[in-house]
Design a protein around this ligand. Sequence first.
Ligand code: FE2
Ligand code: FE2
Ligand code: FE2
Ligand code: FE2
Length: 428
Amino acid sequence: MPAMPKVTHLDMISGLSTAVDLVYPALHGHHRRTAFIASQIASALSLQPVEMRTLVVAAMMHDVGALSLAERIETLNFEESETAEPGRDWHGEVGYQLLKGFGPLAGAADLIRFHHVEWWDGRGHSHRGHEVPLASHLLHLADRAAVLVKDGREVLGQAPEIRRRISEQRGRMFVPSLVDGFLQAASKESFWLRIGSLSEESAFFDSLEPVALDPEGIDAFAALFCQIVDFRSRFTATHTSGVGAVAPAMGKLVGLSAEDCGGLKVAGHLHDLGKLAVPVEVLEKPSTLTPRQFNLIKSHSYHTYRLLRASGMGEELTQWAAFHHERLDGRGYPFHRVGEELSLGCRIVAVADVFTALTEDRPYRKGMTKEACLTVLNRMADARALDPDLVALHRTGFDELDGARARGQAAARDRYHAFWDRVGVAVN
Ligand SMILES: [Fe+2]
Ligand SMILES: [Fe+2]
Ligand SMILES: [Fe+2]
Ligand SMILES: [Fe+2]
């Protein structure tokens, strides 16, 4: 059984940022690109290291609130309306509300909140009486410059036009000194060439001191990601919280150490991270899925796998989270692993996922009774989909496991309602 992996704060943020970019493939790399541009402007203006760090973190996840497809498409347009339109700055507010309660990201949350809000000349969106930090203005400029860079075209050739469009907004949309910083950074070919070749492990991170996460830190990040995945759809608003409660409870029943149970909680919280690649419309579609939509959904556990590997979560914990649709008989997906290739952690998360899906209430149906749930689980064990010993555990330990699930999901439901209340959107 693995110890918690050695990951840094930035590894986790980088993983989440890539995950959010998955929501809309045309925006692939948008967060990384915005972060790079912001860091270059900040360097030109000699920003302090602490501010630089907060700025880069904010840029890496600034559109985290734009998790529905429609919102993402809107963020791609460079032009912003000159008059305040209620709802236009919605994703900044949603992002702020998602992140602000999470200590390590509270500073970034403040910057994200206003990244589309206020123009320098006072037009644009309403800032609702809040003072907009200069770093938010900087993030706004970096974001707008990032959307002007078009993929698939030679990047140096685009530079003069982008510089012109940003300069045009000096003293209008953008703070004059920030435009000057941008123009200074963007006068070098290397600035543009680096934009054209930012990889998933890009070098601009190297200038920031890495902060290693302890197990509690990893756990807190996983809980945040779980919330970001769950809150996209009211149908499954507490699902991964449920799995994150059931998996460690199962670990305890089979006698695993506290450390391993902690790993199972993290894996449960992260198992459906790849669902960020699936549009909400597809996740919630009531009618039959098209083959393309079905394939999108089927890809989610693979995306979980690659995102967690890229975040440095370590192979074993990554497998615990990402192999939850594999089956002992090798007919699962996406790797078709067979029984002996699936560790106990993988098997536990797989059973916890099915158990949670069967017993949780959804807006359109009630959760199954104990007997109905055990019938389904037994059938799946007989078919060599799930581990029979772990399924047997549910006959004796049903109340304990169901209690853990119910408590985990009740707490998550409270957070879900409190979150939308703060954003100002009614949900049922
Ligand atoms: Fe945005
Ligand atoms: Fe953006
Ligand atoms: Fe899944
Ligand atoms: Fe799931």
